[in-house]
Design a protein around this ligand. Structure first.
Ligand SMILES: *[C@@H]1O[C@H](CO)[C@@H](O)[C@H](O)[C@H]1NC(C)=O
Ligand SMILES: *[C@@H]1O[C@H](CO)[C@@H](O)[C@H](O)[C@H]1NC(C)=O
Length: 401
């Protein structure tokens, strides 16, 4: 008995130490973040074991866990919540119940989840969108675009664009009582990628009459052209999102072929004729010195992938690849970046690129921030950092939208 308990104890310690990531100093609620990081790493480990044993694919296991967290559309005293479709794209719609003298503001939200996971139905995003609708007395739409690996690029982007275009139709804005001059597109992480790409498209499409007033990008992923940025190096084994996981997920956006993540890990995945794109993601120019530190810039090596994937050079997939004239027409932009985040430098470089062409950008950087914090603000973690980001986001919208 004693021996068994001792063995079990030892095993636990061994297990815990294997999944332990040292926490940066001064991080708020570090024990919670340590716990959720360990949980994320255990899930990844288990999913990889299952995949290697041929039981199920990595992403099937993870998406099973995500689905446990989906909620029903629950209306309350103030907001009517319905699951409906825009064209044929599922959305969760939040309509304030109170009578309004004037037309309302509106927010279209793209949830994160690495293009593979998640939904507006997830507890945290349902909570966020309801909170936004309530606080701003606004119409909010959570878009459930198709997911990888069942669907690859451009499915996710096209669903996002189709849902936004549908919402911007005169008759739909009238139906929901929305003011066409006060519409925002928001998103976090991979949802921030879709928000960015869709906003670029909408603002540059002469056929779309109503334009977007602003975009909000919360720790967005905007490129993988260079997979060896300073934030990739600092967070290679980082909290919640490691470089391996990020590369696996973004690869699945394009293909199931394992050759892509292999080439991406070596930063050799870009096609031969794509060198002209590197200037758009050249961190040695675009990143403020504070984040460049003493890292030495090395150019990605071309042609490590034996076939060409058009998505890799497409700004609809990797919106940092848009050229300056595509960025010029963009609306007021709020970008939030987190220090301890693999995707930190994507957001920072977009701030520079937008400012370089005269787009008005408000940038907040959270020194003790981690990737994906919004997803942990509800049960079981109730992460204060997530609530802090929610409050920054919603109060900025309230002042500016
Ligand atoms: C990136 O920027 C550096 C200057 O910091 C420059 O020497 C290099 O040629 C640039 N590379 C590309 C591909 O733009
Ligand atoms: C920018 O990209 C757009 C779309 O790909 C293209 O039509 C345009 O010619 C490009 N502009 C410049 C200055 O390269």
């Amino acid at each position: 008995m004693g021996l068994k308990a001792l063995c079990l104890g030892l095993l636990c310690v061994l297990f815990a130490s294997h999944f332990y990531t040292p926490m940066p100093d001064n991080i708020e609620e570090s024990w919670k973040i340590m716990a959720l990081d360990a949980m994320a790493k255990i899930c990844t480990f288990t999913a990889m074991c299952f995949e290697n044993m041929g039981i199920m694919r990595y992403e099937e296991f993870i998406s099973m866990i995500f689905r446990l967290d989906y909620t029903q559309p629950l209306s309350d005293e103030y907001i009517t919540v319905t699951d409906t479709t825009f064209v044929d794209i599922p959305v969760r719609l939040y309509l304030p119940k109170r009578k309004s003298e004037t037309r309302r503001r509106a927010v279209i939200y793209f949830h994160g989840g690495g293009f593979c996971f998640g939904s507006s139905k997830q507890r945290a995003f349902d909570f966020l969108n309801r909170w936004t609708a309530n606080t701003l007395d606004a119409v909010v739409v959570g878009v459930d675009y198709r997911l990888a690996p069942q669907h690859h690029f451009p499915a996710q982007f096209e669903d996002g664009l189709a849902a936004v275009k549908f919402f911007l139709l005169e008759k739909i804005l009238t139906k929901y009582g929305v003011d066409p001059t006060r519409i925002c597109i928001s998103g976090d992480s991979s949802g921030g990628n879709l928000a960015t790409a869709v906003t670029q498209q909408v603002q540059n499409d002469a056929e779309i009459k109503h334009k977007i007033k602003m975009q909000v990008l919360l720790y967005p992923g905007l490129q993988i052209t260079d997979s060896y940025l300073p934030s990739h190096r600092e967070n290679e084994h980082g909290i919640v999102l490691t470089r391996d996981v990020a590369i696996k997920l973004v690869s699945l956006y394009f293909t199931k072929d394992e050759a892509l993540p292999r080439a991406m890990r070596r930063n050799q995945h870009m096609p031969l004729e794509s060198r002209h794109l590197f200037k758009f993601v050249n961190w040695s120019i675009l990143l403020p010195e504070k984040y460049r530190k003493d890292y030495v810039y090395t150019e990605p090596i071309l042609g490590g992938l034996s076939y060409s994937l058009p998505g890799l050079t497409d700004s609809r997939a990797l919106p940092l690849l848009a050229n300056d004239s595509q960025l010029q027409n963009l609306p007021l932009t709020y970008i939030l970046t987190c220090q301890h985040d693999l995707l930190r430098d994507d957001g920072l470089m977009y701030v520079t690129r937008l400012r370089n062409v005269g787009v008005q950008v408000v940038h907040d950087h959270i020194e003790d921030g981690i990737h994906g914090a919004l997803s942990y603000m509800t049960s079981p973690f109730y992460l204060r950092l997530g609530l802090r980001i929610r409050d920054m986001y919603v109060s900025w919208l309230d002042k500016n939208l």
